[in-house]
Design a protein around this ligand. Structure first.
Ligand code: ATP
Length: 320
């Protein structure tokens, strides 16, 4: 850590969509092998990180300790304790840079970092909201604590926190393999207009994978058509090529998703797909104007409808 300088950093971190997702066999570690094309989308959470040194002891030993706390507001219910992925990421970064956790009432009280998370990304909805928040914490605290870790080190920390976290640190468009942590950026032209259909019911990712093993069929789908559509910026071709092996499992657990996807298609979407492990359903529109019309047409089918653009960048940092 370069030094303890009070400050504030605000990071906006986008959600992700899987434009293509093929689920392979179960590996020895229990995870499935994946091939997926990920793109970040403008729907975002915001993490504010504030370093408060006002109560810190002047003793040199205090510099090795840091208090950490988290508050959350916005949409959806997420854990606010140590299970929150933003806090887990903060702890991982602390241990990487050799900062200990402040001992309550300890002799050498250190500074305190206060995190405040504002959720807009639907929770347990297949849009990697938790992973995005973990990525936001890594990027925000790397700045705030002047840790100066490069993106490669951040990516290694990210891979230990969850399979979508390395992608969320980078943003953009990527082809991911393995458990999803091995990512390579791919060429993507154009801007895509989405209607994001949110359903309040949550689907747990492990449960969807279990349903996939029970009722899903193995496909040998390839990402080539999606990659080609992205290379040429062809929204119509992208709509036709969208593919998600987990869709059958998500629809098995929540049959109402079939009617939701069909409503988007009937209202003129170029393509519609369950996002990741669901239950969010995405409709691709031909233009910004079409997205507004599509959102209005399907609004009554969902608990919430958002309009979003892809690709978005990676976590966006603003120092205050
Ligand atoms: P996945 O990345 O596995 O596809 P998801 O996108 O479907 O997950 P998330 O919104 O990441 O879903 O939530 C998954 C679980 O993680 C939730 O049950 C939630 O309780 C927990 N969680 C922990 N921290 C967070 C966070 N900061 N934001 C959202 N969920 C969190």
């Amino acid at each position: 850590m370069g030094g303890v300088v009070p400050g504030r950093v605000r990071v906006r971190v986008p959600a992700k969509v899987n434009l293509f997702l093929r689920v392979g066999g179960v590996r020895e570690d229990g995870y499935h092998d994946l091939v997926t094309v990920l793109q970040s989308i403008s729907l975002h959470d915001t993490l504010l990180a504030v370093l408060d040194v006002s109560g810190a002891s002047a003793h040199p030993a205090a510099r090795r300790f840091m208090g950490l706390c988290l508050t959350v507001d916005g949409l959806g219910a997420v854990p606010t304790g140590e299970d929150n992925l933003a806090l887990r990421a903060a702890r991982a970064l602390m241990s990487q840079v050799g900062i200990g956790t402040d001992r309550a009432g300890g002799q050498h009280e250190g500074p305190v970092t206060r995190l405040h998370l504002t959720k807009r990304i639907p929770v347990a909805a297949g849009m990697a909201g938790g992973s995005a928040d973990a990525a936001a914490a890594l990027v925000a605290l790397n700045h705030l604590w002047q840790a100066e870790l490069d993106r490669d080190v951040l990516r290694e920390l990210a891979a230990e926190l969850g399979s979508d976290v390395p992608f969320c640190v980078a943003g953009g468009t990527a082809l991911a393999t393995g458990t999803g942590t091995s990512t390579a950026q791919v060429l993507a032209r154009g801007t895509y207009h989405w209607v994001v259909g949110v359903t309040d019911a949550e689907l747990s990712t492990p449960e969807v994978y279990r349903a996939h093993d029970a009722v899903g069929t193995a496909t040998d789908a390839q990402p080539d058509a999606v990659l080609q559509a992205l290379r040429t910026g062809d929204a119509e071709a992208l709509g036709a090529a969208l593919h998600n092996d987990l869709e059958v499992a998500a629809m098995h657990l929540l049959p109402e998703l079939v009617a939701k996807r069909d409503a988007l298609l009937q209202a003129g979407a170029l393509g519609a797909i369950v996002s990741g492990s669901g239950p969010t359903v995405l409709g691709l529109a031909a233009s910004a104007q079409e997205a507004v019309a599509l959102a209005a047409a399907v609004e009554s089918m969902f608990d919430r409808v958002e309009i979003a653009l892809s690709p978005a960048g990676g976590p966006e940092v603003a120092s205050e």
